[in-house]
Design a protein around this ligand. Structure first.
Ligand SMILES: Cc1cc2nc3c(=O)[nH]c(=O)nc-3n(C[C@H](O)[C@H](O)[C@H](O)COP(=O)(O)OP(=O)(O)OC[C@H]3O[C@@H](n4cnc5c(N)ncnc54)[C@H](O)[C@@H]3O)c2cc1C
Length: 526
């Protein structure tokens, strides 16, 4: 019998200079396992993470070595089936990460996906983003949240998730790589794609869906559900009916018309706690100095990031979607609102670091005037976004901002600092413009952050309003086993808009999960 190949995993650390040096890596592994380099055989990196606390910072790697070459993974796409004439059809509303990964999962199960999105393909969408940035004109169907790839396309492209089901996360990351993302995302502890690379990956996913017989329709605004008895049989899209065996509702956290529609049609929706606050922007070299102890980073050292949490009485205040070397973007989905978010390019090379800093909004934080029904949080969220817009008389996306130190001291700012936010900033007393409880929680939160990261609370930073689309303020309830709406058969609330995901990877995972449940239901109904 031939001897079985020897395969082992070791942990090593590499200096910044050694990071992309194959010889240095092999030498370290060989030294670790005490064999000469020439007998080491084959090596591959399993995981890579930055140890920013060591001085100087270094990378920690898990490396596998083997006496025989590693087999290449079988592409997941090889399991896709031609669904052109499949007997079962899933109408998927929304072409965000959830909708597109649901469609790819359909191809694995022989179900034909029909994806409908109100926005446009990634290329057309880019022109609408330019109009928001440069002219302040928000297209209600094509913006930073709506359109092909959803809120995930022109996002920061961080691929972190708190989900611990690693096997499933790997399948999302591998599918992204099979559609053009860099294979580094398979090993990096904090994988990141970047706004400049995501559109190509997203359009390649669409090409797969169509090549295997699925359909993707843009400019396809869903305005009603076809419900017969207690079963959803399809949707009304641009005034026409689109029928399927099931409807997957993956419309994201900004589809306010869908929440209204559900409430009008007496399809149960519930209030969901969410978070709201501001975006804070520092010079990136300052954050590098606070985290790495050096303002001038080594070329292999990524722009430094942070994650901060504070407890202010009974309320959490935390950093959200931190974008090192990134840009603040105008993420409103309708005219007359001011909403911020953050993104970055793959190189993360802008001179700014920004992050949402938000506080929890529970049901009891919502003033009575916004009602006490399921949509009260949504109305409150919209009211704050509109207040911030009204504060700027220009009718454009010029955002209210305040020097961070002034905000914490409750003092007006005389001028704005340089910013990555292209529509521009104007000074505003955000300490009095934001609802008092929110302003107070954020002020105290910033003080606590400064105790954890000395120098964070500085006059070199400013805050920009409003960071309000952190998660959905509404939940669409579903059965925990079948994932079907609790009251309407055939309707599958999915991902972020339904309150079951937050972020690109978790939305994609939920899209896959919903289709697996649907496939199971189809197979048992035969
Ligand atoms: C600027 C920005 C940066 C971000 N950065 C990151 C990041 O770095 N990492 C991360 O994990 N997450 C990030 N996010 C969040 C992430 O993009 C979302 O969590 C994720 O996209 C949610 O996926 P989804 O599929 O549930 O919904 P969405 O991505 O919101 O997609 C919903 C889709 O439904 C469509 N739709 C809505 N209503 C209708 C209708 N009535 N008819 C037809 N279609 C409809 C929309 O056009 C949209 O395409 C960012 C978001 C933004 C805006």
């Amino acid at each position: 019998m031939p001897a079985s190949p020897e395969r082992k995993t070791v942990q090593i650390s590499l200096s910044l200079e050694q990071l992309y040096n194959e010889d240095a890596l092999r030498k370290k592994v060989a030294r670790h396992v005490r064999i000469p380099v020439k007998h080491l055989g084959h090596t591959r990196i399993i995981s890579r993470s930055l140890d920013a606390r060591s001085r100087p910072p270094k990378f920690r790697l898990r490396v596998e070595h083997s006496t025989v070459p590693f087999d290449a993974d079988t592409p997941l796409m090889s399991a896709f089936q031609d669904v052109s004439h499949a007997p079962k059809k899933a109408v998927i509303v929304g072409a965000g990460p959830a909708g597109y990964f649901a469609a790819l999962e359909c191809l694995m199960h022989g179900i034909k996906p029909i994806v409908l999105d109100r926005g446009f393909d990634v290329r057309t969408r880019r022109k609408d983003l330019r109009a928001i940035q440069q002219e302040g004109v928000v297209h209600p169907h094509s913006n930073y949240c709506f359109g092909e790839g959803g809120a995930g396309t022109y996002s920061d492209g961080k691929l972190y998730t708190r989900s611990h089901k690693r096997g499933n996360i790997d399948s999302v990351l591998r599918l992204l790589v099979e559609h053009g993302a860099h294979s580094d995302i398979l090993v990096d502890a904090h994988p990141h794609i970047g706004s400049n690379k995501l559109p190509k990956v997203v359009s390649s996913i669409r090409e797969s869906i169509e090549r295997f017989g699925g359909e993707v329709h843009f400019g396809a605004h869903v305005t009603d559900f076809l419900v017969e008895g207690d079963t959803c049989k399809g949707v009304v899209c641009n005034g026409e009916t689109v029928v399927g065996d099931v409807v997957v509702l993956a419309t994201g956290h900004s589809a306010r018309d869908i929440y209204d529609l559900l409430q009008r049609r007496n399809i149960l929706v519930e209030f969901k706690p969410f978070a709201l606050g501001v975006r804070v922007e520092h010079p990136q070299p300052l954050i590098d100095e606070l985290q790495y102890g050096q303002r001038h980073r080594h070329e292999h050292l990524p722009a430094a990031s942070y994650r901060l949490v504070a407890q202010v009485q009974e309320r959490g205040v935390y950093s959200f979607c931190m974008c090192p070397g990134g840009l603040i973007v105008p993420a409103a989905t309708a005219p007359g609102e001011l909403v911020t978010n953050g993104m970055s390019m793959s190189r993360r090379d802008s001179p700014f670091a920004n992050s949402g800093i938000v506080t929890e909004i529970q049901e009891h934080h919502i003033p009575r005037e916004f009602g006490n029904d399921a949509l009260a949080g949504l109305r409150y969220q919209q009211h704050i976004e509109q207040t911030m817009f009204a504060n700027n008389n220009s009718e454009k996306q010029v955002a209210p901002s305040q020097n961070l130190e002034d905000f914490v001291r409750g003092k007006d700012s005389a001028s704005v600092l340089p910013t990555s936010y292209i529509p521009g900033l104007h000074t505003a007393p955000l300490h009095s413009l934001l609802p008092q409880d929110i302003a107070l929680a954020l002020q105290e939160g910033f003080k606590q952050f400064d105790r954890k990261m000395k120098g964070f609370l500085t006059s070199e930073a400013q805050i920009v309003a409003t960071e309000s689309r952190t998660s959905s303020p509404v939940r669409i309830p579903r059965d925990p086993e079948t994932l079907e709406h609790t009251h309407v058969k055939g309707l599958y609330p999915c991902a972020e808009g339904a309150g079951y995901a937050g972020g690109i990877v978790s939305a994609a995972l939920d899209g896959q999960r919903v289709i697996r449940c649907i496939a199971r239901a189809f197979s048992t109904s035969h």
